[in-house]
Design a protein around this ligand. Structure first.
Ligand code: GLN
Length: 490
């Protein structure tokens, strides 16, 4: 039998159900693999070896007494900005280096109720600000397909952990692309749900009008399974939608025959890498072969998405990050002279350069005299971007595009050029500004063997359709790009 760590979550779940493997054996197989592989990629900030074994034994006992479920005993990794009770949650920052939350996030409670095992917490760009996982206080994560390359970000640790078989599946968060972009660059499936579908209670806030938690998995079926477990109304998050949770697995295999699928010219811009372009066009032809009607659509305000996001997200971040002042929790500067100096030195020493840049940009955009010119204007453009999608979804059920303009770039290549870094999210940001769901799945490989991702976006709360299109594509493409380089000896 394949070692449990190399199975998808669905496969592992079937083996657990059949009694062919126990959750404890699965956890031990992951721990062994983390011990031998993670020093090469640095996907985890914290591995809870003992806690995970205990949780696995609990899951095995529950199963022995008749409990069932797709997540019962499944070992998962959690991005390190989702709070976990009694387990360190750092947000990739020195300021929270030793923060041990007193409570579980809503999604963690849901996962624990479903019997899932939390293996550990994954590396990320500091406070989720970045596209490469290089801004983490705990050092960069490396791409399992080529360790000289970045894994994408900010959920780069989760993406690398899934790709390198260091967990069965993971959770990430996405404010402007942080689930989908690293998923594309690491060859896995990542879904950003509709705004309001998954509660953010216990998600450390970056930009509250954009943040969503979502699944990062080895295949589309796992994505549907994990989404089913974490979606749902939560009175503790006032933006949580009070609507019944759909069945995300039921329609997965219904295919795309007769479905209208849009291709927006704005996503095939000049700067796009030729291999990304041809691989996504191939994916479009596969959907066509399966009976989808491919329609050209237009999202005319797409070009304003990056500048709009870089006003709104930093503005919200500057407000959300005001709470890290050294008073109640987190890092505090040693022996300051007086309260003001304590605040200043704590923040100066505790935050890294990218976080400081965002706080300054945001505070500037919100300051008297500039508020109308920048923040208010950005909010108006945001409505135009959202309305583009509302119009297009009158004609089509989903939109297919590249997830990123290029495959994974080299570690250090864009660290000194924030603007180039910000442009990595050019195709993922509109989705957050509009609040719609977006999923990235592998659609091919470059000649150098790096994964390429296709993005499927859908209307508000149309996750069942988005997943169905993705599943059809996954089946039609029958990708076999081998395994990440890091797995070849494993
Ligand atoms: N890369 C984008 C940023 O740096 C998006 C990050 C995210 O989605 N958390 O803000």
């Amino acid at each position: 039998m394949t070692q449990p760590c190399f199975m998808t979550m669905g496969e592992l779940s079937a083996k657990l159900e059949a009694g062919e493997v126990t959750s404890e054996e699965a956890v031990l197989s992951y721990i062994e693999r983390i011990n031998s592989v993670d020093e090469k990629i640095n996907a985890y900030v914290t591995v809870d070896r003992e806690g995970a074994i205990e949780q696995a034994r609990d899951a095995d006992r529950l199963r022995a007494s008749g409990s069932k479920g797709p997540l019962l005993g499944a070992p998962l990794a959690i991005k390190d900005l989702v709070t976990t009770r009694n387990l360190r949650t750092t947000c990739g920052s020195k300021i929270l280096e030793n923060f041990i939350p007193p409570h579980d996030a809503f999604v963690i409670e849901k996962l624990k109720q479903a019997g899932a095992v939390v293996l550990g917490k994954t590396n990320m760009d500091e406070f989720a600000m970045g596209s490469s996982t290089e801004t983490s206080y705990f050092g960069p994560t490396r791409n399992p397909w080529d360790t000289d390359k970045i894994p994408g970000g900010s959920s780069g640790g989760s993406a690398a952990a899934v790709a390198a078989d260091l967990c069965a599946a993971a959770l990430g968060s996405d404010t402007g692309g942080s689930i989908r972009q690293p998923s594309a660059l690491c060859g896995i499936v990542g879904l950003k749900p509709t705004y309001g579908l998954v509660s953010r209670f216990g998600l450390v806030a970056f930009a509250s009008s954009l943040d969503q938690i979502g699944p990062m998995t080895k295949d589309v079926t796992d994505s549907a399974i994990l989404l089913s477990a974490i979606a749902g109304h939560d009175p503790n998050d006032s933006t949580s939608a009070d609507r019944p949770v759909d069945d995300y697995t039921a329609a997965l295999d219904k295919g795309v025959s007769g479905m209208n699928i849009g291709v927006a010219e704005e996503y095939f811009t000049e700067g796009i890498d030729p291999e990304v372009d041809s691989s996504v066009r191939n994916a479009i032809s596969v959907l066509k072969e399966q009976g989808a009607n491919i329609k050209t659509v237009s999202l005319p305000h797409t070009k304003y998405a990056v500048p709009t996001y870089y006003v709104i997200a930093p503005a919200e971040a500057s407000s959300n990050l005001a709470r890290y002042d050294g008073v109640k929790y987190g890092y505090r500067s040693e022996s300051p002279k007086g309260l003001m100096e304590m605040y200043k030195k704590t923040r100066m020493e505790g935050f890294g350069p990218e976080v400081k840049r965002r706080i300054m940009l945001g505070a500037y955009a919100l300051s008297a005299g500039y508020y109308d010119a920048y923040y208010l204007k950005a909010q108006k453009v945001r409505t135009l971007i959202r309305n583009d999608f509302v119009d297009v979804f009158k004609e089509v059920s989903a939109i297919i595009s590249p997830t990123t303009p290029a495959p994974a770039f080299g570690i250090g290549e864009k660290s000194d050029d924030p603007l180039q870094m910000y442009l990595s999210d050019i195709f993922t940001i509109s989705c957050n500004l509009a609040g719609i769901p977006g999923l990235s799945l592998p659609c091919g490989f470059t000649s150098g063997g790096l994964p390429i991702g296709a993005q499927i976006q859908g209307d508000f709360f149309s996750e069942p359709t988005v997943l169905r299109v993705a599943r059809a594509l996954e089946k039609g493409l029958k990708l076999d790009g081998g395994k990440p380089a890091i797995n070849q000896d494993g």
